[in-house]
Structure formats: structure tokens, C-alpha cells
Design a protein around this ligand. Structure first.
Ligand code: PEP
Length: 272
């Protein structure tokens, strides 16, 4: 992890019932999100090593994204240590758009974040780069923070096109976003999502560093150094610690493992 605030998001996707959501909320409320504690080791005056722990004021951002229909239920029962995200939003102001949810409505119910450009929306629903970029711009204009997803398909990786695809997707965001303060980038290789096939820490680090470099050249050095780039794709309680050690991995977007409160807490705590 870099020097910024660690960020962990849980994407619940189209899962849950009122009962299972209530159980998951109870698990999250009971969990100790310990990574607000930082450990350091320092020599004492007698030369022996002392271990001290103190509370870091920059607590990790922890966000969960329930299906729209349960956001209000979760908002009313979940600890406010964890913020709420939607999994999608309409591209502009609300109105005659049957079946859509607007950024204004997210704000109205206290939902601060939205996941955009998720591979399931790109590849199953058919959202394209420009539409996603416009959604990001509109959400940000309404003060809804954006988790901007990118990532290559398996065949694109195998054809050596990983960087081309990620940079093309990044450009669509950059063409639409003017202020990156409220943006977190989620690199999610499609071949790793929901497959149990996690990217190695080295594979993820390589792409994260390339994205940061792309931002430095194409947006600004300031944005490149301050933005969080999180990894998603089969992250679980067992593999998160090694990924979290990498310099350019600033957190995670978690699907399957975010449906289990204790596992999600372990992932949040992996930054220490
Ligand atoms: C996701 O959908 O954002 C995701 C990373 O899923 P999973 O953790 O299940 O691979």
C-alpha cells in the first residue's frame, strides 16, 4: 500500500434478501476494523526494541455497495464507520428514465459513493467507455464519489493488450472528469472477477504502476501521486495481505468475500 488512506469496498452485486442483508450488517457492526491501528518498532534508550501502537487519524475508507433496494435498510442499521455505495447510477439528472436511479436520489438517502464501469456492466449489460465516463462526470457534479473500474478480458491479456485496454478506459474517464479528488480507481482484471483466479501481487502491481504513470503523463503528477488505485478480482481473507504490501495497491474492491462479515473485516485489516 502507498502512503494514502487505504480503501476497501464491498460489492454485494445482485445478492441478498432482507434477512441475509440484516445478518451481514450485524456481522459488520460486530467486526473490529483494526487497521486504524498502525504498528512501529523503535529502539528504546536501553537499546532493546520497543513496539508501540497508536491510532492513525487517517482511518481506511470502508464502503459497502448493497443492491439499490437494500441501501436504505443498510444505511439505517449499519455502523457509520462504513459508508454506502451504489453499484450504478443514471447518467444525468433524474426524470422520465424508467428503471433508473439518479445521483440526486443517492444523495437524498445518504449514499456517498457509486461504483461505475464494473466489468459486469460493461460486458453483460453493454455499457461503453464514453457512457461510463459521462456517468462519472455527472455523479461527481452531484458530489457522489466514484469508484471507477477498469480492467482487461482474458483474451486481451493473452494478446498483450492489457495496458492498451486499461489506458483506453482511463482516457474515457479523463475526457470527462475535471476534478479527481473524489475518485478511486479500481483495477479489476475481468479474468480474476468471481473466478477464484486472483492476479499475483506482481501482476497487479505492474498494472497499478502503469496506471499511475499514465495519470502522471495524461492528467497531472499531483493526481497520479494522490489517487488511490485499488485491486479487485477474487480477493479473499487469505490472499489480501500479500497484495496489500505492494506499493501501488491502495486497497481492494471485493465481491464474493464481502458477503461474509468476518472475511471482509480481515481484508480491511490487511493494510497493517
Ligand atoms: C467485483 O465484482 O468487483 C469483484 C472483485 O468480485 P470478486 O471479488 O468476487 O472476484
Amino acid at each position: 500500500a502507498g502512503s494514502g488512506k487505504f480503501f476497501v469496498g464491498g460489492n454485494w452485486k445482485c445478492n441478498g434478501t432482507k434477512d441475509s442483508v440484516s445478518k451481514l450488517v450485524s456481522e459488520l457492526n460486530a467486526a473490529t476494523l483494526e487497521s486504524d491501528v498502525v504498528t512501529f518498532v523503535a529502539p528504546s534508550t536501553t537499546g532493546s526494541l520497543q513496539t508501540r501502537r497508536w491510532l492513525d487519524h487517517s482511518l481506511p475508507d470502508v464502503v459497502v455497495a448493497p443492491p439499490f433496494i437494500y441501501i436504505d435498510q443498510v444505511k439505517n442499521s449499519l455502523t457509520d464507520r462504513i459508508e454506502l455505495s451504489a453499484q450504478n447510477v443514471w447518467v444525468g439528472k433524474g426524470g422520465a428514465y424508467t428503471g433508473e436511479i439518479s445521483a440526486e436520489q443517492l444523495v437524498d438517502i445518504g449514499c456517498k459513493w457509486v461504483i461505475l464501469g464494473h466489468s459486469e456492466r460493461r460486458n453483460i449489460i453493454g455499457e461503453d467507455d464514453d457512457f461510463i465516463g459521462k456517468k462519472a462526470a455527472y455523479a461527481l457534479s452531484q458530489n457522489v464519489k466514484v469508484i471507477a473500474c477498469i480492467g482487461e478480458l482474458l483474451e486481451e491479456r493473452e494478446a498483450g493488450k492489457t495496458f492498451d485496454v486499461c489506458f483506453r478506459q482511463m482516457k474515457a474517464y479523463a475526457d470527462n472528469i475535471t476534478n479527481w479528488t473524489d475518485v478511486v480507481i479500481a483495477y479489476e482484471p475481468v479474468w480474476a472477477i468471481g473466478t477464484g483466479k486472483v492476479a499475483s501481487p506482481e501482476q497487479a502491481q505492474e498494472v497499478h504502476a502503469a496506471i499511475r504513470d499514465w495519470l502522471k503523463t495524461n492528467v497531472s503528477p499531483d493526481v497520479a501521486s494522490s489517487i488511490r488505485i485499488i485491486y479487485g478480482g477474487s480477493v479473499n481473507a487469505g490472499n489480501c495481505a500479500d497484495l496489500a504490501k505492494k506499493e501501488d495497491i491502495d486497497g481492494f474492491l471485493v465481491g464474493g468475500a464481502s458477503l461474509k462479515g468476518p472475511d471482509f473485516a480481515t481484508i480491511v485489516n490487511s493494510v497493517t
